[in-house]
Ligand binder design. Sequence first.
Ligand code: PMP
Length: 407
Amino acid sequence: KPAFDAERVRKDFPILHQQVNGHPLVYLDNAATTQKPEAVIQAISDYYRQDNSNVHRGAHALADRATEKFEAARVKVQQFIHAAERREIIWTRGTTEGINLVAACWGRSELKPGDRILVSAMEHHSDIVPWQLVAAEKGASVEPIPVDASGTLDMAALEAMLDERVRMVACVHVSNALGTINPVEQVVRLAHSVGALCLIDGAQAVSHFEVDVQALDCDFYAFSSHKLFGPTGLGVLYGKAALLEAMPPYQGGGEMIESVSFAGTTFNQLPYKFEAGTPDIAGVIGLGAAIDYILGLDRAGATAHEQALLAYAEDCARNTPGVILVGTAARKTSVMSFLLEGAHPHDIGMLLDQQGVAVRTGNHCAQPIMDQFGIPGTVRASFSFYNTRADVDRLFEALAKVRQFLV
Ligand code: PMP
C-alpha cells in the first residue's frame, strides 16, 4: 500500500470537486455522513446494470451472482470488525435500527420491572430513546452515566452505579457531538462484572480506526454504512451468536422463516432470522466496495492524518479570539465542536455555507449533553481522511469573516 496521501485520496471522491456558492467546496460534515469514493458509486451502478436480482431464492444466473456478492459483503464486514462468525453480522437500515432491534428483541423478552439500563450522558438520541420506549413498556429505568465538563465519561461514577439490577450498559464508542473516544473496553468489563450486557454505538468509530469486537468483548456493536463511505439506508448490527440465537425475531416476513403454517411458524437460522423482506442488496454490495476501498488505504496513515488535522484545527481555534471549544477530552477524534462568542451557531453555519464551507450546527441529536453544558448546540466541523490543512485554513478564514459580520 502507498503511504497515506490526502491529496491523492481526494481524487477518489468526485463530489469534493465542485463549487458551492461560488467557492470550492470544503466538506466538514463527515460526522453527519461521509462522501462516497468512485469505487462505491461504480459498484452500485454495476450491480443495477449487470446483476440486479433478488437474493437467496433465485434459480437463475443473475440471482446467483447477486447472492454471491451480497453474502461476500457480509464476510467483508465480519473480517473488518473481527467478528468470530459471519452469522453474527445482521443487515439493518442503520445504527438506529440496530439499536432498536436489540431494545425490541432483547429488551422485550428479558427486561423486568425494576431493571436498569445505563446509557452515557453524551449518547446520541438513537441510543437513548429506543431504551426509553422498551423501559416504559417493561417498568425498567434508563439512567445517564455522568460525563464531566470536558466531555469525558466518569468511569468511577459508572462503577458506583452498577448493581445486579443493571441489565444493559449502552455507550457511544466515539461521541458525534464532542469527538470523545470512550474507554469502551473498560465499560464492557464493568458491565459484565455485574452480569449486564453492553451495546456499543460505533457509528462514529468505524471510519476512523480499526475496531475489533472480539477484543472489546462487547455483546452488540452497531454502525451505519453511510458514515463509512458506503450508501445510505444500510447498517450493521453485530451480536454475539449465543445472544442472537436466544432473541426472538424483530420483524416477520419472507426470508426470516424456516416454515410457515397456520398451525405455527418456525424461524430461519442466523443471520436471516433478523432480516425479514428483501434487503438493500445494492447497498450491501456498495458497503462491501467501501470496505475494500478502506482496506486499500494506509489505514494507520489515514488515522494519523485525521489526528493531526484535529490537533491543527484545535490549535487554530485556541488562537482565534471568541472561539470556545466544546469537548476537550484527552482522547478525541475528528470532531471539533465549538461556539463563537456573540453569535448563534445557526447563523454561523449559514455564513460558512455562503463561503462554501459545510459544517453542522445544532444539538447533533445529543440534547441531554447540550442541556448539561447549558447551550442550545454547537457548530461542528468533523473531519475525514480526505480533508486537508487547506480545508481547516478555509474554515478559519471563513470564521474570521463571520466574526466581522456578526460580532
Ligand atoms: N449514533 C451516533 C453516535 C451517530 O453519530 C449517529 C448518526 N448521527 C447515529 C447513532 C444514528 O445513525 P443513523 O442515523 O445512520 O441510524
